[in-house]
Design a protein around this ligand. Sequence first.
Ligand SMILES: [Zn+2]
Length: 397
Amino acid sequence: MKLRASLFILASLVAQVGCRSSQDDSKLNWGHLNYNALTPSAPQFLINQKPGEPYRVCLPQYMKNDLPGVEAEIGAAINVWAQALGRNIDVQITTEELPRASTGEDSDSLREKYYEICGEEFDVVLGYVGLGSQTVGETGVSWMVNGRGEVMSFKRHLFLRDFTLTPASRSNDRSWQSLASRTGTTTDAQTLVTQMTTNPKIEVEVGGKALALPVLTHEFGHVWGLCDQYEGPSNCDPNHSSDHKALDAIMAASSNVAKLYLTEDDLIGIRELAKREGYNQHWPDTTDIINAKSKVALPDVRYFSLRSANFDGSKYTLDFGVVTGKAMGQIDIQYRTSEQGEFRSTGSIIPLDGPVEYPQYSYQLRTSQKGLQFRLVMSPGDSQEEAAKAPLYSEVR
Ligand SMILES: [Zn+2]
């Protein structure tokens, strides 16, 4: 039997998707990968993963060291898509001592090297690799088919940009950060999936620290079978895409406002894929879920944080961010002179007349008085009820 299988192998095929980081998001729509290889029997796509079948991930020790808690994030990046379909994927992660990519090493050669160490039984190998221009992540797969076109084996990589080998730019160095490092809280994959689906949140890139989770979620979206949602050369199937605009999909370009949830556009895209002939054949009990309305309840105040207030002897520089989905009145910048003192307004107001996206706002206040404490108070102009629900202040000491 083993000999026959190798005799059937006729062709080795390769497909690759590189993913950009950009603020350019003018026309977006969900869609499915425009590959002939995306069929209901192609095992290299997660959409065809069967119930109970383990999904095996080979993780480099260096990535685990760099991103504490990354195993939970990998599990969540796979299962947040599965959850949208009423499915659950059994993700099994094995950590190996894998060498870092060298300068100029390409993804294909690194993938082959990693498979040699990990073993052929893995569904994906993860790692960091040097990537060009604005690309922050990439997934690619090679596979072997027999004479009947059936996939006999495949090797897939999912690599994040190695910012040491290929810095984002000369002036602006970035590095990856896990959510556990950012928040100081470790969690498991299931809890993360629950958070991403019931409590959709935004995090902001601070100090060049880019969250890995949204990029992992985007790349695993490709592994499920979805295409990129930004303009330019597109990998979308014209027969399986909408013309519906969505400006903020996970499958759109990444930005320094990181979404920790799937948008409505993403949910529609993955459910439309499952609805196509043959793609839900192994999950017959989930038809109600894939036919459900794809609704995401985002809070009106999506991000509001005073991150620091630094004094240099003549002025305070306040670093904060605010992202809202609608007009929220205004932000009053307040201060006090001691721990027990009353907060008073500095007289500085930031109007929030409509939806705003100011992830990195810097505000300077001239004074030589030492030891001031600040807070920001968001106060809706017209509705006290809204005020009760919104996070009302952001305070640092
Ligand atoms: Zn992409």
